[in-house]
Design a binder for this molecule. Structure first.
Ligand code: MG
Length: 297
């Protein structure tokens, strides 16, 4: 199943996307005699173990549907309860491209490099990445596979990691390279408003074989920039969940963005950073395509 967050007639709804039609999630829950929810994180927290039951129940029932083209998708988890957890330098070819510019150095990490994006509102598919030249002059894209956590856990074994996953989505880990460098720590350069496009949907884990091996890429104005596969992750999803949960409780609705492959803008000579009017597409096989337009003020 695919889960979406959408606006329709100026109101916001959670939904299930089936082919190119949306069914309001709360109508499904009410039809099953279950409690309504107010956010995707709340839905995941309550219903993570009932997704198969919900999916089976839909098949036998008639629901009002809305064509996908008639709704405006928002980020599937628009307001994460906590910062988005991210990994830096988690594809070998990307490590090489950033090390070669002298941006960070140190080679292949021996342990996952964690940082977070402190995002108030995640940006939806077809929405704008917007920034001011007075704040940053070097903004870059990073297509990433994001894991949405389904249940609370701590000290999770790698063999059990998939049990803690709800599903998968795409994040563009938009990055202000000049701010990352100026402040040493990446927090500010990763957390500007509109710097966390996410979506277009969350694909439930039942639709994606584990371990996750999916083609991942990006393009800018139709020019392919990144092209890899998530099997090339240095630290894979099972390892990440096991490692990050050592002494640290992960919760339903938490989001882990697993890092970006090579082909980011600063990896090119000359650099190919984002400009006003650019259209950035991040794509992952079986999940979809996340498209955003750049507006420089
Ligand atoms: Mg990244």
């Amino acid at each position: 199943m695919r889960f979406v967050n959408y606006k329709y007639n100026k109101r916001e709804y959670l939904g299930v996307l089936i082919d190119d039609k949306v069914i309001e999630l709360n109508k499904i829950l009410v039809s099953l005699g279950k409690a309504r929810v107010n956010s995707m994180s709340e839905f995941i927290g309550i219903y993570n173990d009932e997704i198969q039951y919900i999916e089976n129940s839909i098949k036998g029932k008639e629901f009002e549907t809305i064509p996908l083209v008639d709704v405006k998708l928002s980020a599937p988890i628009e307001r994460p309860r906590r910062n988005v957890f991210c990994l830096g330098k988690n594809y070998v070819e990307h490590v090489k491209e950033v090390d070669s510019m002298g941006a960070s150095g140190d080679g292949i990490p021996k342990a996952p490099i964690y940082f977070t994006k402190a995002i108030n509102i995640c940006t939806g598919d077809m929405d704008e990445i917007r920034f001011s030249k007075s704040v940053t002059k070097k903004v870059d894209y990073e297509a990433e596979l994001a894991v949405v956590i389904g249940k609370e856990g701590i000290n999770i074994k790698q063999e059990e990691a998939e049990d803690y996953i709800f599903g998968y989505t795409i994040i563009n880990d938009v990055s202000a390279r000049d701010l990352q460098a100026r402040h040493s720590q990446w927090f500010k350069g990763k957390s500007l408003d509109t710097f966390c496009p996410m979506g277009p949907t969350i694909v439930h884990k039942r639709e994606i074989p584990f371990p996750v091996e999916l083609n991942i890429g990006s393009s800018v104005n139709g020019e392919v920039r990144q092209n890899s596969n998530t099997k090339n992750l240095i630290f894979n999803i099972a390892y990440i969940i096991s490692d990050i949960s050592k002494g640290f409780t992960i919760k339903p609705g938490d989001i882990i963005s697993t890092g970006t492959p090579s082909g980011v803008g600063i990896g090119f000579k000359p650099e190919k950073l984002l400009k006003n009017g650019d259209i950035v597409e991040c794509n992952i096989e079986r999940i979809g395509k996340l498209t955003n337009t750049v507006v420089v003020e």
